[in-house]
Design a protein around this ligand. Structure first.
Ligand SMILES: Nc1nc2c(ncn2[C@@H]2O[C@H](COP(=O)(O)OP(=O)(O)OP(=O)(O)O)[C@@H](O)[C@H]2O)c(=O)[nH]1
Ligand SMILES: [Mg+2]
Length: 417
């Protein structure tokens, strides 16, 4: 099932639409000898726009379809007809997607909030129709603008998982069993270490509150993971953005391990990654309480650490409601504050004026989501340079094109008789 695959980095070729060519049409009408130019301008090329979407879990769709091209602008036509503007391409990405230029590594922005948008490639301007090139001495211009190319470059997307909570624990502590117990995610569960090889996110639903939280199950951590032991600590980057750490301990003490040792080692490994991770709000969960050894070990754990874990059995389902409630109480107020702060930080919201948008590989609701407006990239963003403009294509031997203002064109005399 490809669609279920978790993909946390992807590269894509993005290209704004090419501006449409201007028209070189001449008026051909009965009783209008030497009618003069009437070629309209080409339409703008569409933009490529990333949109944060909380229903999207991974970059898998971009991984499999990595050419993100917006529509080209239409050519201008006779009778001053303006070319159709190209439709923008909206690309839904998961929250927590860091966007950069694949070649230079320059960061372009971060998608963090639902509905947040980031224009990654602008469409080119449409070319002028021959009407723009007319002057009193140059009445039958045949030149027209070809339209500018859209911006084009390789984009890199990195998903730093934006789960609300991350499950941190030794292999076989029961993290995946727990995620299965509280969400509809179905990570594999088995009695050998390192069953889970890639991160999974599950959505924990609170129907009575019409709310949900996202919980990440990452591969197990063991002592010296920061030195590359086991699967190493490369998955820890996925928890860097999780608001809450949930330590999952095997309270039955498999393999003669002691839960308080596990707890200490896990904290050491986190602090090797980033000491600030230990300052995050946390829950400690005592799993496998259905096994006979667990009670005594739990009592000793409390005594030694002065921490009172939430007792559960992931497989028997006991204690899961209390755990869900504790998670909710810890995260929910945080989440609201964070979303507001993210949106404020993400940039100035510029109202989108006109222009239809095309929904590609997205659900219809994205049209709604896109109404949140276009967020301009944050400061320091220097958009990749477009290809050098080919300039104005010249048909025959004509004078240099003067700069022409819109008013001047509108007042072009020979079209007004
Ligand atoms: N008795 C009992 N067994 C459990 C409980 N939770 C998990 N297990 C068992 O422990 C084993 C490991 O469970 P997983 O959920 O795969 O553990 P994990 O932490 O995801 O392990 P990794 O993916 O390898 O890091 C499986 O055989 C589970 O059936 C529990 O509450 N009670
Ligand atoms: Mg697992």
């Amino acid at each position: 099932m490809k669609s279920r695959q978790f993909v946390d980095t992807a590269e894509a070729l993005v290209r704004g639409g090419h501006g449409g060519a201007g028209s070189a049409s001449m008026i051909h009408e009965k009783f209008v000898p030497r009618g003069g130019p009437d070629g309209g301008d080409g339409g703008r090329g569409g933009d490529v726009v990333l949109v944060g979407d909380e229903d999207v879990d991974s970059l898998v769709s971009i991984f499999f379809d990595s050419n993100l091209f917006a529509q080209n602008g239409g050519a201008g036509g006779a009778r001053r007809m303006h070319g159709r503007n190209g439709e923008s391409l909206l690309v839904p990405v998961p929250l927590g997607t860091a966007v950069s230029d694949a070649e230079t590594g320059i960061e372009l922005g971060d998608i963090r909030a639902h509905g947040q948008t980031l224009v990654v490639a602008r469409g080119g301007k449409g070319g002028f129709g021959n009407l723009h090139f007319a002057s009193s001495t140059h009445r039958a211009p045949r030149e027209f603008g070809p339209g500018e190319p859209g911006q084009e470059f390789r984009l890199r997307l990195d998903l730093k998982m934006m789960a609300d909570a991350a499950l941190v624990g030794f292999p076989s502590a029961g993290k995946s069993s727990l995620l299965r117990g509280i969400s509809r995610a179905k990570p594999k569960v088995a009695a050998y270490p390192f069953t889970t090889l890639t991160p999974h996110i599950g959505t924990v639903i609170y129907p009575e509150k019409s709310a949900s939280l996202r919980v990440a199950d990452i591969p197990g951590i063991i002592e010296d993971a920061h030195l590359g032991v086991g699967l190493g600590d490369r998955f820890l980057r996925h928890i860097e953005r999780a608001r809450v750490m949930v330590f999952v301990l095997d309270m039955a003490g498999a393999d003669a391990r002691k839960p308080w040792d596990d707890f200490r080692i896990l904290q050491d490994e986190l602090s090797h990654r980033d000491p600030a991770l230990l300052e995050r709000p946390r829950l400690v969960v005592a799993n496998k309480m259905d096994l006979p050894e667990a009670e005594a070990l739990l009592a000793e754990f409390r005594e030694r650490t002065h921490v009172a874990p939430i007792p559960i059995s992931a497989t028997a389902g006991t204690g899961l409601d209390a755990l869900k409630q504790a998670l909710y109480d810890l995260i929910r107020p945080e989440t609201h504050r964070r979303r507001a702060a993210d949106i404020a930080e993400a940039g100035t919201v510029v109202a989108r004026t006109g222009g239809r948008t095309k929904i590609a590989s997205a659900k219809k609701t994205l049209r709604e989501k896109a109404k949140h407006g276009i967020v301009t990239p944050r400061r320091g963003y220097s958009p990749p340079k477009p290809l050098p403009s080919p300039g104005i294509s010249v048909d025959g031997d004509v004078e240099q094109t003067p700069e022409i203002s819109a008013e001047k064109i509108a007042g072009a005399t020979f079209l007004k008789r």
